[in-house]
Write a protein that binds this ligand. Structure first.
Ligand SMILES: [Zn+2]
Length: 460
């Protein structure tokens, strides 16, 4: 494609998106019309129809829903009672995939969950209830996800898990206990303040608690929603840009990931105006069931695994403002190329790096060897608890940053237009074995094992 043409596409993207309110209005309609969009719920299913109609209205080549079955979870009553050193009831919430179960035990507090804390408390954890806070471990070389902290506790023999939020505000923090499976032990969350109250009680005598949870776990159905611009000259080569539209059952999930879904929709809307210029096929995917364990994207990759996917960009965390980060998922050899490309696009403020994450929808693409990246943007934060309002009651529409949705949509539309039209994309595919080696190099294979997840390149 000539420089002239790409400049014209850029100009049209800017005029369509730069001052458009459609992105933020989309999030408003999503949260007001379809609530939490929790995986497998009626709200999530209704939201999938809403998104499908949007794709059709903007004039993509074709749009469809992709149904899949998986395990669903419904929140019921959960209580946390202190038995000693004095009796009292405390506020808590169950983490999704917490089973209906009743346990009593001693509480062992592991701080921010540094692996050393697990080693030091190995004996004490047997038959006990582990309590860990959400903060990133201060003395470890990488971040640790909730799933890993829980997995390490269960592996050590804990019979229950308490997830304590790492910053004040009176908020418990939700998030699935296990990925796409029922947790073996009851898993609940308490606020920073409740956690500290428990730690004060523990100084007065042995802290024993009773957790009683009554949730329901049963099969359910969910739907990925896909809009496609079919490529005119290389239709078999597919670029995917996608983000999850499902949310948590306790909030509006406005930023995580209403905003990221809006960015995908806006990119689709702008590029639909130039369908006839897109050499490769572009798929815009709103993934279902991410929060319950990347289930929708797993299904997409299984279903379309034999197609020629050239690049995948995930938008879980896009549209939030501040500085953008483009994180390749095990393709460090491509960082220089993207730095140069973003420089040419006058978007050199976007940080480019290579850091594999096991925790969003690009993971399954990368694990299948498809060059992948995740794009996020965020205002700077000094908090030790990295999620901000995310995964709490208050990830609500009032936190939305409409300007960030506009700017990220412009950037990603320009990037996808280039990926869909450049003569060759200079980033090579890997084998699942190559990707597995990368995970091993980074110490992430053991994390998958603690989390009871499949290892790339190995039979499940
Ligand atoms: Zn998310």
């Amino acid at each position: 494609m000539s420089t002239e043409t790409i400049r014209r596409i850029d100009r049209d993207i800017l005029s369509t998106l730069y001052f458009s309110k459609e992105g933020s209005q989309f999030v408003e309609e999503l949260v007001d019309g379809y609530g939490a969009r929790f995986g497998g719920s009626d709200e999530e299913r209704a939201a999938s129809d809403f998104i499908l109609e949007r794709f059709k209205a903007m004039g993509v080549t074709r749009a469809w829903k992709q149904e899949f079955e998986c395990l669903g979870w419904t929140r019921k009553e959960t209580s946390l009672e202190v038995l000693s050193p004095q009796r009292m009831e405390l506020d808590c919430i169950a983490l999704p995939f917490c089973p209906p179960r009743y346990v009593e035990g001693r509480v062992v507090y592991l701080g921010d969950g540094d692996p050393q804390a697990y080693a030091d408390n190995r004996e004490a954890l047997k038959g006990a209830i582990a309590m860990v806070n959400t903060a990133t471990p201060q003395f470890y070389h990488r971040a640790m996800h909730r799933g890993e902290k829980l997995g390490r506790a269960v592996e050590a023999g804990a019979i229950g898990f308490i997830w304590m939020r790492g910053e004040p505000g009176g908020l418990p923090e939700t998030g699935s206990a296990r990925f796409n499976r029922a947790c073996e032990v009851p898993a609940i969350s308490v606020s920073f303040e409740t956690g500290h109250e428990m730690l004060r009680l523990a100084r007065k005598g042995e802290l024993r608690v009773r957790i009683d949870s009554t949730n329901e776990i049963a099969p359910t159905k969910s739907y990925n929603v896909i809009g496609e611009i079919t490529g005119v000259s290389r239709p078999e080569e597919v670029i995917v840009i996608g983000g999850h539209y499902d949310g948590h059952d306790i909030n509006q999930s406005a930023n995580d990931n209403g905003a990221g879904t809006a960015v995908v929709m806006e990119v689709a809307r702008a590029l639909s105006e130039h369908k006839e210029l897109m050499a490769r096929t572009i798929r815009f995917v709103a993934f279902a069931q991410e929060e319950m364990g990347l289930i929708g994207s797993d299904h997409y990759v299984q279903k379309h695994g034999d197609e020629k996917h050239m690049f995948m960009i995930n938008t879980d965390g896009a549209g939030r403002g501040g500085k953008g980060t483009f994180a390749l998922q095990g393709w460090s050899e491509a960082t220089a190329y993207f730095k140069k490309l973003f420089g040419e696009m006058h978007e050199s403020h976007v940080s480019v790096g290579d850091r594999i994450s096991l925790y969003s929808d690009m993971y399954w693409f990368a694990a299948a060897g498809v060059p992948s990246a995740t794009y996020t943007s965020a205002e700077p934060s000094s908090s030790a608890a990295p999620r901000g309002w995310g995964h709490t009651y208050w990830d609500t529409l009032d936190k939305l940053n409409p300007r960030a949705i506009q700017l990220d949509a412009v950037f990603l539309a320009r990037l996808v237009a280039r990926l869909a039209t450049m003569p060759e994309i200079p980033v090579k595919h890997k084998t699942p074995g190559d990707f597995r080696a990368k995970l091993e190099e980074m110490g992430l294979l053991e994390v998958l094992k603690y989390e009871l997840r499949a290892i790339p390149g190995e039979e499940q």
